[in-house]
Design a protein around this ligand. Structure first.
Ligand SMILES: [Zn+2]
Ligand SMILES: [Zn+2]
Length: 143
């Protein structure tokens, strides 16, 4: 598998050493948005069968801490990982099957960060989760 050189540059720009597990984990998160750690492990083991569970988890944590990967934790669901970072977008989650999709801020650029009352806090992030039923589950329910 060929890695776009920009993923290596992303790692270096974040001050991280470029290692094969980090590169493969970042590639997998780009390829599978909102995947759980187990799915990322499976995706990384395709090109890198010998990689350990721990190496993949460590890479995920390192990439998340460095801001290259965003961890989302819908209530009652395992942590999901995505490579779309820095834009404070939101998520819609299916209550039945756990499917997750991206939702842009309702209006404009990140208006949710402009809280009606910030209580003096310096606000960095707003977390909005829309819960509902995905089209597949809705179709199954009405069939
Ligand atoms: Zn569903
Ligand atoms: Zn997302």
């Amino acid at each position: 598998m060929v890695h776009p050189p920009d993923l290596q540059q992303l790692l270096r720009a974040a001050g991280l050493r470029v290692t094969r597990p980090r590169l493969e984990v970042l590639t997998a998160v780009h390829a599978h948005p909102h995947a759980e750690a187990g799915a990322i492990l499976a995706a990384v083991r395709e090109p890198l069968p010998s990689v350990s569970h721990q190496a993949v988890y460590d890479s995920l944590h390192t990439l998340t801490d460095a801001g290259l990967v965003r961890a989302i934790r819908p209530a009652g669901s395992a942590t999901r990982y995505e490579a779309r970072v820095g834009d404070n977008h939101h998520h819609v989650v299916c209550r039945t099957c756990g499917a997750v999709a991206d939702v842009d801020c309702a209006v404009g650029d990140t208006p949710c960060l402009t809280a009606s009352s910030d209580h003096g806090f310096a606000i960095e992030e707003a977390e909005v989760v829309y819960w509902g039923t995905c089209p597949d589950c809705a179709a199954r329910a009405s069939a």
